[in-house]
Design a protein around this ligand. Structure first.
Ligand SMILES: NC(=O)C1=CN([C@@H]2O[C@H](COP(=O)(O)OP(=O)(O)OC[C@H]3O[C@@H](n4cnc5c(N)ncnc54)[C@H](O)[C@@H]3O)[C@@H](O)[C@H]2O)C=CC1
Ligand SMILES: O=C(O)CCC(=O)C(=O)O
Length: 429
């Protein structure tokens, strides 16, 4: 592994589960496979720009708090930086840096002309009123005003944010530059230039990847037993679409706990229940309660971690019973757990492939905005499906040709394209 003081400094988690160290390990593996030289590897393993800002916010009770916000721009060799904005108490610079790097490989893998970035604020959104969240978002955007823009860096939703925060960001940016700039963010409301299909896009991409993986095993989605951790933007949409496609979603969880029904949960009813129940699935009538730990160990065909990093670790990996693990979240399987699953013959569909549907539709939103022509949802879904199916089969082919696991194959494709572009642009002497 290339080491340098330029790699982000804070180290809140043990090295073996530090998201940035894990992302670098996967990059190192791909670099070895691609025979990249050390200099090029050093370029690729450092974020190009790291921005940390203080966000002072006056709370509704008159008190002032100062929050830490980050935006990490990993690489823009293929196009503007692109990546979500996370609001979560555990946000750190190292986490955001890891997620920014994943965005670079993800965009390159699916063949869209973007680099990689990620942003985040260390806060628990549940502790703030909507008005406070708006003030925080507007101040964060103002602090980043010179670093973002439709040709520079384009934020989108991630954990704890949605179309609402994107609308505030777009409005703040537009007020600062003096005219409406819808292209500064994606995942915004349709009323201000958002794309049909974006809200469900990441979950739809996950459903497509599960469908392709089942088809390769001679099975359809009908009757497939699926377990999903996380019931937000991604997990919620994946659950709805898999249920619609005939899969049996037997268990689902969120940060408050999980529910299990071996006969399959009624997902539309569960969605409605969760919305009325302060976004909690706990207590859903007719289902058994399970903890998040128990959920990961349930018997099923497909396990979909769709919440946060480091959920399947060396401590619980031996309990996983699924034959296919689909990383809908970014980094839900640790490096050690990934190797253990590989050794047991469990297929892991890596995050940079499995959850790319979101950024693909973000790209389609940006394209529609730039051309001032907006498509119906059917067209958006079809264009996204084509890119996802193509990327899936390309990863399978690469894995067979190189005799490497799917994650290494996905990385060699993504990293290889970025390395080639760097060389072609002459950015690497
Ligand atoms: N929103 C998007 O378009 C994309 C999101 N992702 C990734 O997908 C993952 C989820 O993101 P979103 O669905 O957008 O976030 P979200 O904030 O909408 O939902 C997160 C869900 O996870 C649950 N959760 C939080 N902590 C948990 C825990 N310890 N155990 C179980 N559940 C827990 C929450 O209660 C919520 O249901 C993240 O890793 C994100 O980076 C990846 C690609 C695109
Ligand atoms: O839609 C986007 O631009 C970014 C989505 C994202 O943050 C991710 O894929 O992890």
């Amino acid at each position: 592994m290339v080491s340098s003081s330029l790699r982000p400094l804070e180290a809140p988690s043990p090295a073996h589960i530090c998201p940035f160290d894990q992302a670098c390990s996967y990059l190192d593996q791909a670099a070895k496979e691609l025979h990249l030289d050390r200099g090029l590897l050093a370029v690729l393993s450092h974020p190009r720009k790291v921005v940390t800002v203080s966000i002072p916010v006056k709370l509704d009770n008159g008190e002032v708090e100062v929050l830490a916000g980050h935006r990490v721009q990993h690489c823009d060799v293929l196009g503007p930086y692109k990546g979500g904005t996370r609001y979560h108490p555990d946000v750190t610079l190292r986490e955001v840096s890891a997620l920014a790097m994943l965005m670079t490989w993800k965009c390159a893998l699916v063949g869209i002309p973007y680099g990689g970035a990620k942003g985040g604020i260390a806060l628990d959104p549940a502790r703030y009123t909507v008005v406070e969240l708006e003030r925080i978002t507007r101040r964060y955007t103002t602090e980043l005003i010179k670093d973002i823009g439709p040709a520079i860096d384009i934020p989108a939703p991630d954990v704890g944010t949605s179309a609402r925060e994107m609308a505030w960001m777009m409005d703040t940016y537009s007020m600062n530059v003096g005219h409406a700039v819808p292209g500064v963010v994606t995942g915004k409301p349709i009323s201000i230039g958002g794309s049909r299909g974006r809200e469900m896009a990441t979950g739809r991409g996950v459903m497509i990847i599960v469908r392709e993986a089942m088809a390769e095993r001679g099975r359809s989605l009908a009757g497939a037993k699926v377990v999903i951790q996380g019931f937000g933007n991604v997990g919620g949409a994946a659950a709805v679409l898999l249920h619609e496609a005939g899969a049996k979603v037997v268990a689902v969880s969120d940060a408050t706990g999980g529910v299990f029904d071996p006969e399959g949960l009624d997902i539309p009813a569960l969605k409605a229940y969760s919305l009325q129940n302060h976004r909690s699935v706990v207590g859903f009538p007719g289902a058994k309660a399970v903890t998040n730990a128990e959920l990961l160990a349930l018997p099923c065909d497909v396990l979909i971690p769709a919440a946060l990093e480091n959920q399947i670790t060396e401590e619980n990996v031996h309990e996983v019973q699924a034959q296919i693990v689909v990383e809908a979240a970014n980094g839900p399987v640790t490096l050690v757990a990934d190797r253990a699953l590989e050794n047991r013959g469990v297929t892991v569909l890596p995050d940079i492939l499995a959850n790319a549907g979101g950024v693909v539709v973000s790209y389609l939103e940006w394209v529609q905005g730039l051309s001032y022509v907006f498509w119906d949802e059917e067209r958006v879904n079809k264009e996204m499906e084509n890119l996802m199916v193509h990327a899936y089969h390309r990863v399978i082919q690469e894995s067979k040709e190189r005799q490497v696991p799917l994650r290494v194959a996905a990385y060699t494709l993504g990293v290889g394209r970025v390395a080639q572009a760097l060389a072609d642009r002459g950015l690497y002497p």
